[in-house]
Write a protein that binds this ligand. Structure first.
Ligand SMILES: N[C@H](CCC[C@H](N)C(=O)O)C(=O)O
Length: 276
């Protein structure tokens, strides 16, 4: 029986187990271990596991494992949670984070935690995706991890788990698969979002990279692709948990850069996981 110290954190309801640096050396990050510790009845329960490691390129390296044991390139809400932990443990309010998708910058502000995300890439608009006998108009963007975005008239009515599961594994997104975001743009330009997350294989209460994808696609579809040089955008994204994430970015001649994700994160509890 091994006692593994951890910190449980959540960013807008997207929750993570952060394994304290000194505890990691004793455990193999195997799929069975991650599935068990993330199980909401037999384990601690979380959407994923975060590891902090030493980095040659940044102040810290973040690795993110989804609840099904798969390792993802990056995690926006996970980065916000890790930033909060790093601030509590180091007192620093600004630092860099290395991820599988590239370098992030984190800063702690009075409004919450801001993460400079990687620039969106591989934008593909108006994909016609056939699934279960229906056709869906899908936009795709990689915001550090892949996201398929579908605009709907009312997110509350979307069968997110059923439809998300269908689209998540569609051939058009193989072999990596994709996260699936259903978005509803409001009259004021804000966006309501619900996300089916790859690797959690269910709807989560919030998704950071998904909120960035929603903001970028919503602006492209409704305000155009940056006709004016260096247009700055701020999009409020209301998540399933009710928390609002703010996404800031600059768009110029189809290039999108200087992307920031801002919102609250909390330490929920500290504990010791007894791994049998
Ligand atoms: N499930 C995602 C990784 C976590 C992304 C999400 N939790 C976020 O906040 O960005 C994937 O496998 O692509």
């Amino acid at each position: 029986m091994r006692s593994i110290p951890f910190v449980k954190l959540q960013g807008s309801g997207n929750d993570f187990i952060l394994l304290e640096p000194n505890s990691r050396s004793r455990i193999p990050m195997s799929k069975p271990f991650i599935e068990k510790i993330c199980d909401r009845r037999f384990g601690v329960g979380a959407d994923g596991v975060l590891l902090m490691e030493a980095s040659q390129k940044a102040d810290v390296r973040m690795r993110i494992f989804n609840a099904d044991g798969s390792e993802a390139e990056m995690c926006g809400n996970g980065a916000r949670c890790l930033a909060l932990y790093f601030f509590h443990s180091s007192g620093r309010k600004a630092f860099s984070i290395e991820t599988g998708a590239g370098l992030l910058a984190a800063s702690i502000t009075e409004d919450g935690i801001k993460i400079r995300m990687t620039d969106p890439k591989d934008i593909r608009l108006d994909l016609c995706v056939k699934a279960a006998g229906k056709e869906y108009n899908v936009d795709f963007v990689d915001t550090g991890v892949p996201h398929a975005v579908i605009e709907v008239s009312d997110v509350a009515k979307v069968p997110v788990t059923r439809l998300g599961r269908l689209l998540r594994s569609h051939d058009i997104f193989s072999p990596a698969g994709t996260n699936v975001d259903f978005i509803q743009r409001q009259a004021d330009g804000s966006v309501n979002i619900r996300t089916y997350e790859r690797g959690v294989e269910d709807e989560t209460l919030a998704c950071g990279t998904g909120s960035v994808a929603a903001a970028v696609i919503s602006v492209i579809n409704h305000e155009g692709c940056g006709t004016k040089p260096h247009m700055k955008h701020r999009v409020c994204v209301k998540t399933k948990s009710g928390d609002v994430l703010c996404v800031y970015f600059t768009m110029s001649k189809k290039k999108i850069f200087d992307v920031w994700l801002e919102g609250q994160a909390r330490v929920v509890f500290r504990g010791k996981y007894l791994s049998g």
